[in-house]
Ligand binder design. Structure first.
Ligand SMILES: Cc1cc2nc3c(=O)[nH]c(=O)nc-3n(C[C@H](O)[C@H](O)[C@H](O)COP(=O)(O)OP(=O)(O)OC[C@H]3O[C@@H](n4cnc5c(N)ncnc54)[C@H](O)[C@@H]3O)c2cc1C
Length: 402
């Protein structure tokens, strides 16, 4: 491919988790990168995020795992509970640490972006909203401020509503028809909740969260049919008042200013992430529902895989083919798993919710553990050799139904 001299060799559109991680990964491979972010500035707002073990394994390879762990909250356990507090399943993260050298970390999103920005040497241009990409083979990127660039390689990490994606495919997001409330709030937590993350598979709602700091908690809940997307914080608080601890305390602490409301959507599975010199990564390629807690982790895996492919192939076409081969089926599998969990987690019939919870409680612990471990063991960051925690046994029907 012919490179044009006066423009960056690699332009990344979107400076979120995937864009910044991709910049970091490409820099480590010696590529010259510039990032273009729509927001005028990075502000310390937003919700929390749970980074599962595969995300930490990938971040370790970029030398930022320690900083992330120290700024967030490494968890000792995650639980699935019923609305009356019964622990349906528990996932011990000390075992995860033994197997993979890492465990889940809950962190404020703004903190995570800050760490990635601090570690990225590439220029990050803010206030650069991409409005159009023409000719994906020799891309010209136009911005809302009237400027344009012509990079040698264009990476679209501009999220689920990606503009860059329009140059690659006609696919667009599909709504789940459910809203999620999220907040990070200051609350005094009992010892028991200081390092435990949890999900409550409730009646018509899926709620949960994790501590992101000693007295800071990241809480989320899908809106049950009783609450509209514009529900007042008092009504949300009242609905969750009888949920297991620490939900009522967290609800009581959340203020209207802290509440973020998002309509849930995902992309259909795409079979092509690139066209010409233009390639997609992160939510732009596989925006998924949050129920598997893997959207960011998959985006981070994309970043490493794309950098490895571009670093080891002289032809962009070969690099993109290797990247797509490495990533598409895995990301689509996780996306489909998250979609199924989303349908289960947001069921409204209380009879069906009780039936679902009985089934989850009845799952043998080993099956549940194996299913969750597989997400890490199959990570794209382990292409060559199996980590000590890798699980190679074929999936069982029980695992597939989780
Ligand atoms: C409710 C909820 C909870 C979640 N919880 C988890 C979790 O616990 N763990 C997990 O792993 N994942 C979670 N996810 C998924 C995770 O948030 C996403 O997968 C992840 O943020 C994707 O990163 P990204 O950089 O691809 O996209 P984004 O985070 O959407 O970032 C895209 C960036 O591009 C910028 N941008 C957008 N349009 C343009 C444009 N036209 N021009 C230039 N820049 C542009 C945006 O401003 C933004 O900075 C959750 C998602 C939701 C909705």
């Amino acid at each position: 491919m012919q490179r044009r001299d006066d423009t960056p060799p690699v332009a990344i559109i979107g400076g979120g988790i995937c864009g910044l991680t991709t910049a970091l990964a490409l820099e480590r491979r010696g590529l010259t990168v510039e990032v273009y972010e729509a927001a005028a500035e990075y502000r310390p707002v937003g919700a929390g995020i749970l980074l599962q073990t595969n995300a930490l394994v990938a971040f370790e390879m970029l030398d930022v795992a320690t900083e992330i762990r120290e700024s967030g909250m490494p968890l000792s356990e995650v639980q699935i509970r019923s609305p009356n507090g019964q622990v349906l399943q528990a996932f011990d993260l000390d075992a995860e640490q033994d197997a993979f050298g890492h465990r889940y970390v809950a962190i404020h999103r703004a903190e995570l972006l800050d760490i990635l920005r601090r570690n990225t040497a590439s220029p990050i241009h803010t206030g650069k909203r991409c409005t159009q990409v023409s000719d994906p083979a020799n891309p010209t990127v136009r911005f809302a401020d009237g400027t344009q660039i012509e990079p040698g390689i264009l990476v679209g990490t501009d999220g689920i509503d990606s503009t860059v994606r329009d140059a690659v495919t006609t696919a667009s997001k599909q709504s789940l028809g459910t809203t999620v409330f999220r907040a990070v709030t200051s609350v005094s937590l009992s010892e028991q909740h200081r390092t435990t993350g949890f999900e409550v598979w409730g009646n018509g709602t899926y709620t949960g969260g994790a501590p992101v700091g000693p007295d800071e908690f990241y809480w989320f809940a899908t809106a049950p049919s009783e609450l509209s997307a514009t529900a007042a914080v008092d009504d949300i608080r009242a609905f969750f008042a009888d949920y297991p601890a620490p939900v009522p305390a967290v609800g009581a602490a959340v203020t209207a200013d802290e509440l973020i409301t998002t309509d849930l959507a995902d992309l259909p599975p795409l079979d092509q992430w690139s066209r010409g010199a233009t390639v997609l990564a992160g939510d732009a390629a596989h925006g998924m529902l949050p129920f598997a807690g893997q959207g960011a982790a998959q985006s981070i895996e994309d970043a490493l895989a794309l950098a490895a492919a571009l670093g080891s192939h002289t032809s962009v076409a070969d690099a993109f083919a290797a990247y797509e081969c490495e990533r598409i089926s895995r990301a689509n599998r996780v996306r489909t798993e998250s979609h199924r969990l989303g349908r289960l987690g947001t069921m409204q019939s209380s009879f069906a919710c009780r039936l679902r919870n009985t089934a989850v409680a009845a799952l043998p612990e080993a099956v549940f553990k194996r299913f969750r471990r597989r997400r890490v063991a199959n990570a794209s960051v382990f292409p060559a050799e199996e980590p000590s925690g890798a699980l190679s046994a074929p999936e069982t029907p029980e695992e597939r139904s989780v």
